[in-house]
Design a protein around this ligand. Sequence first.
Ligand SMILES: [Zn+2]
Length: 433
Amino acid sequence: MRYCKRCCYPENAKPTIIFDEDGVCSGCRYHESRSDADIDWDQREAMLARLMEQTRAEARKRGAPYDCIIPVSGGKDSHFQTWLLTTRYGMNPLLVAFNHTFNTPSGQRNLENLVTRSGCDLLRITPSPCSVRKVSRFMLKRVGDLTWHYHAGIYTVPFQVSARMNIPLIVWGEHGYAELTGMFSIKDFVEFTRWTRKQYDMRGLDVFDVVNDAGNDIELKDMASYIFPSSEDVERVNMRGIYLSNFINWEAKRQTELMIKEWGFAPVTYRRERTFNLYSHIEDHANEVHDYMKFLKFGYGRATDAASREIRLGRLTREEGISLVREYDHVEPSTLSTYLDLYEMDKKEFYALFDAKRDPAIWTRDASGDWALRDACHRQDMDQGHEAFRPAMDAGDHIFAPHNRHLYYNPALPPEPSGDPRLDEPAMKFKVL
Ligand SMILES: [Zn+2]
């Protein structure tokens, strides 16, 4: 396996990663391109300001109480998107949450915090837990993803609300694929499209593909939150989905620190099983299991994602990143049992699902049937020209510096408990509401 000479990504990283002739990945090159001299962030922010002004003027003309929709989960990005639009641009957004039902106590705490602190209204759509169980179980078996319904709901429900309430603009935060693996160029100003929704967010499967599949008991009513509005509705309302990361220089850590200070967003304080990051995806109870499945398929997990990002930003050396990948990426999460109980499945059955889904480029099976990784970033020879691609370190902001102790888990200096058990203790069970 080839690994990026700058970060920790393997060449088989998903959705799509490309290595250039130097052996540096497209995610690293995308990251560089965000600081290109020819990207004028002031000008982009001025474009956003004009768009927000127009949006407000049009809402006033319609006599509408809400200017736009912000899809929220209660995480750090929801806080930042809402804070930015309300305090900097004077918008009155309607917050729309698709409740995937696999909530953590810390996520519930932060969603309540967001609604309380922002002064915005929240519309939360909760599908029946029975439907969620059916869909999630089917997708686990079909595509090896128990959180398919998250993306399906998150990228559908805001448009359903847009159609119903006649609110044209939906404001997303970061364009995740572009940032991680460099699938798009920052110069593209990429907007939400139905094509990426189906192809990437929903793994090529739409509602009718699922309902018409004979191998399940899913009915149309189980899929109500995933039915995209009709083309007529899209045109009538003039729907548009934009990403804030095209207009402002998006940086999750800086924004999280701001939200802790301004609005009381709270990271967790316990050691997480699959990542050292204490503020990302903390609202998602199935995240550990979901991420573990990525490891079973492609041989890498969230520690690779998180370490690669920090390396690009100069807050972690490649060597330190690799040692974190080695510590976290292979760990089977203890919440796996919660989901196996939910699906009435045993561990053997679970692992057997992945026999056909493991990427042969990274996994090999021995005579006794045990799987082993063919390669790992920590097995690479570090003298192979990596030095030339090392980003400059941000000397004042190493992730394990004392001032970052509440954002990244450092065993030598763990975070101080908050006193709130929702933030201080991992939960084995998820909360539906
Ligand atoms: Zn890279």
